[in-house]
Design a protein around this ligand. Structure first.
Ligand code: NAD
Length: 243
């Protein structure tokens, strides 16, 4: 779903850069002799990389900010000088946000609400008619102004900046999304069906990594910490039941 959300966020946001949609009136890919738009992506994970692919494909100038040096190294190795990879700090976020025609919020800290990296004050100084696509909205969003929207009414404007904050972006493309979800999940479903839940979890660490709750035991440390509930390691949970 992150692949789809990353790709579609740029496609949708590009349309909102159009003057008729309230945007600044620039084409993401520019034209002969006219440079493409500046796309700034915060968070270079699955959403961020897929947003980058589409933005590059459309001819935009792309910068990705991430707090992980390892991730930036991977992106640099893959896209070399086609993109600008920048370590995410308060200073770099500010500098790049002010330069952005389109800013994509794609951060994730697993188990936590997204950090509010783009303040309302900073938005006031961004280019009028620029677009923020806060894909991380399903985790609360990484911009202070963000609130969840739907495909029927996807945007709102604060201080001249268009905010696109659809919480279920893949919902717009259910055919593609269902096919992709089927491809990703079917092997696990087959394993659960043929081995049974307990044996499948015991034999496949990837399935075990996805375990949230097992027979009343909470197996995600972040959720347990957030809710003040008792946490049990996934391995222990399945052993306890087996025993
Ligand atoms: N709206 C939607 O429909 C939709 C769909 C899919 C995913 N999402 C959301 O998109 C977000 C990104 O998902 P993903 O699958 O790409 O996650 P991911 O784990 O693949 O990538 C997240 C990246 O954010 C980086 N990051 C964390 N804190 C940062 C910071 N302070 N500054 C810069 N980078 C930072 C991490 O290093 C990581 O590379 C999540 O919040 C996810 O829930 C939304």
């Amino acid at each position: 779903m992150s692949e789809i959300a990353g790709r579609l966020s740029v496609q949708e946001a590009a349309a909102h850069l159009g003057k008729h949609n309230g945007g600044m009136g620039v084409l993401l890919g520019g034209a002969t002799g006219v440079p493409g738009a500046h796309v700034v992506i915060i968070g270079g994970g699955v959403v961020g990389e897929n947003a980058c692919k589409i933005a590059l494909g459309l001819g935009a100038k792309v910068a990705i900010l991430d707090r992980s040096e390892t991730r930036l190294q991977q992106l640099t190795d893959k896209y070399s000088d086609r993109i600008n990879c920048v370590i995410s700090t308060a200073a770099s976020l500010k500098k790049y946000a002010l330069d952005a025609d389109l800013l994509v919020g794609a951060v994730l800290v697993p188990g936590e609400a997204a950090a509010k990296l783009i303040s309302a004050e900073l938005v006031k100084k961004m280019k009028p008619g620029s677009v923020i696509a806060d894909v991380a909205i399903d985790q609360g969003g990484c911009c202070e102004n963000s609130r969840a929207t739907t495909h029927k009414d996807p945007t709102f404007i604060v201080d001249g900046v268009i905010h696109y904050c659809v919480a279920n972006i893949p919902g717009a493309v259910p055919k593609t999304a269902s096919e992709a979800l089927k491809n990703a999940t079917l092997p696990y479903i087959r394993e659960l069906a043929s081995k049974g839940v307990h044996n499948a979890l015991a034999e496949n660490k990837h399935l075990l990594n996805g375990l949230n709750i097992y027979k009343g035991m909470l197996t995600r440390p972040e959720v347990a910490a957030d809710l003040g509930l008792e946490f049990t390691e996934a391995e222990e949970a399945i052993k306890a039941i087996a025993g």
